[in-house]
Design a protein around this ligand. Structure first.
Ligand code: FAD
Ligand code: NAD
Length: 466
């Protein structure tokens, strides 16, 4: 027997579960189909949450061994209990995934466990443990997310050659860890294992790390990570990983071609990006085509098929949980006849390393390419009193504003806690604030946020503390 819904969402990650909850709040009859057996998607299960749990624990471990004594704190012998560190990470994940199940119940969302597939207009077939059922629905939302991009010639076994998923659960600290790709995952998970004792070597195809982020930010970040002990091979490609011996042999050569070299490693992490997960979804039954990279195109979340919508990593834009979440919410609102929208100009990006890296809006490179005249204010944490008391003086805040109107166009931060601090600038940009609005807003003293105010003052040349 088939069930009738207003909305059936395929995928229970940040895009899907937020869409489901919002649809429930708006009084729609909604079901969310998820195949992994747990809600929360990549983000909660094998992404944002477990990685941040390990980043937090490993940061404290490193600080205890490196910084505590200087602060007058003697701890005695310091020892790593890796099983406990992994357990507390799993507990954080468990608690949060169960929290979504609770929110589903509260908002009358049917959680349907199984593999979903579109079976023509208004029909979703679900293959579950107890067989196949068909859900009938007025609207379908595709929120199937993304998966690891494989590297041809390098087979991931999730033991010695791992993706981010394996790197979140290594049973011991690798002696030497080679990262293929100097993007967000490489730098975050590389930081975790370096802090716990691994020698970390990063191989990056491009001539810079963190492509897409502001160049000055990326350069400062690379210098800082190198000081922490990471070794970088830029403009270099991995051509193969030989797994036949006790240790791995990683072959690499200059990206432009040239002499190859081999380095040994205990673990290799392949982190060269993620790709949309849109295979086997029955898209052809409603006439949707993906682009050559597998993304589904949308206009205000509507696909080319009537009443079929798409949100999150499987459509274009940054592959970030909060972007997926915002799209999910706005999509539910549109289905309910409201005017949900996402401001793609104000989607922050944070790299949760130490120091953290945070950015929103346009980079200097983008503004130059657009020929847009801008002013810049920059303030170093070296001159911020709270950063001094906390012995965390690496980094800076940079604010870019329109040369004529003074509207903030972008902000780029590196330093302790900037992942939290960037929200102030997102809010300012959402309200189309001028840099002067931030510069004239009273900020508490002594806090790191004063560096934001000082950078904003710097746009008009009246920085006071440096
Ligand atoms: P997903 O979270 O991938 O969810 C899609 C869900 O759909 C999955 O659970 C999948 O099982 C399910 N599904 C797929 N096909 C079907 C089907 N046919 N039937 C039923 N179910 C299906 N982003 C941040 O913003 N901040 C971070 O700190 C951050 N850290 C990350 C760390 C790592 C290691 C990784 C890998 C990613 C990280 N991300 C982070 C990215 C973030 O996880 C994604 O952008 C986000 O999860 C995308 O949400 P989504 O709902 O589009 O897709
Ligand atoms: P990424 O796109 O951030 O970085 C991939 C890196 O690999 C790039 O620098 C790229 O130039 C490089 N690369 C590509 N092919 C290569 C090759 N053959 N050899 C060497 N280098 C190569 O991808 P990622 O780090 O895998 O992360 C995937 C996605 O997950 C990202 O889109 C990111 O937004 C998301 N994520 C976000 C967070 C966060 O917000 N804190 C954390 C983790 C992941």
């Amino acid at each position: 027997m088939s069930k009738m819904y207003d909305v059936v969402i395929i995928g229970g990650g940040p895009g899907g579960y937020n869409c489901a909850i919002r649809a429930g709040q708006l009084g729609l009859k909604v079901a969310c189909v998820e195949k992994r057996g747990r809600l929360g998607g990549t983000c909660l299960n094998v992404g944002c949450i477990p990685s941040k749990a390990l980043l937090h624990a490993s940061e404290l471990f490193e600080a205890a061994g490196r910084d505590f004594e200087g602060l007058g704190i003697r701890t005695g012998g310091l020892e790593l209990d890796l099983p406990q560190m992994l357990k507390q990470k799993d507990e954080a994940v468990d608690g949060l995934t169960k929290g979504i199940e609770f929110l589903f119940k509260k908002n009358k969302v049917d959680y349907i466990r199984g593999l979903g597939r579109i079976a023509g207009a208004g029909k979703v077939e679900v293959e579950g443990e107890d067989g196949t059922e068909t859900l009938e629905t007025r609207h379908i939302v595709i929120a199937t997310g993304s998966e690891v991009t494989p590297l041809p010639g390098v087979e991931i076994d999730e033991k010695r050659v791992v993706s981010s998923t394996g790197a979140l659960s290594l049973e011991s600290v690798p002696g030497k860890l080679v990262l293929i790709g100097a993007g967000v995952i490489g730098l975050e998970l590389g930081s975790v294992w370096r802090r716990l004792g691994s020698e970390v070597v990063v191989v990056e195809y491009l001539d810079r790390i963190l492509p897409g982020m502001d160049g000055e930010l990326a350069k400062t970040a690379q210098r800082t990570f190198a000081k922490q002990g990471m070794e970088f091979h830029l403009s270099t490609k991995v051509t193969g990983v030989d797994t036949s011996g006790d240790r791995l042999n990683v072959s690499m050569e200059p990206a432009a071609g040239g002499e190859s070299q081999t380095i040994e490693a205990d673990t290799v992490l392949v982190c060269i990006g993620r790709r949309p997960y849109t295979q086997g979804l029955g898209l052809e039954t409603v006439g949707i085509e993906t682009d050559d990279r597998g993304f589904i195109a949308q206009d205000h979340f509507r696909t080319s098929a009537e009443n079929v919508w798409v949100v999150g990593d499987c459509t274009h834009g940054p592959m970030l949980a909060h972007k997926a979440e915002d799209e999910g919410v706005a999509c539910a609102e549109r289905i309910a006849g409201k005017a949900g929208h996402v401001n793609y100009g104000v989607i922050p990006g944070v790299v949760y390393t130490s120091p953290e890296i945070a950015a929103v809006g346009k980079t200097e490179e983008e503004l130059k390419a657009e020929g847009r005249k801008y002013k810049k204010g920059k303030f170093p944490f070296q001159a911020n009193s709270r950063a001094r008391t906390n012995h965390a003086t690496d980094g800076f805040v940079k604010i870019l504003a329109d040369a004529e109107t003074d509207e903030i166009l972008g902000a780029h931060l590196i330093g302790v806690n900037v992942g939290e601090m960037i929200a102030e600038l997102c809010l300012a940009m959402e309200f189309q604030a001028a840099s002067e609005d931030v510069a004239r807003t009273c900020h508490p003293h002594p806090t790191l946020t004063e560096a934001i105010r000082q950078a904003a003052m710097g746009v008009e040349g009246w920085t006071m503390q440096a």
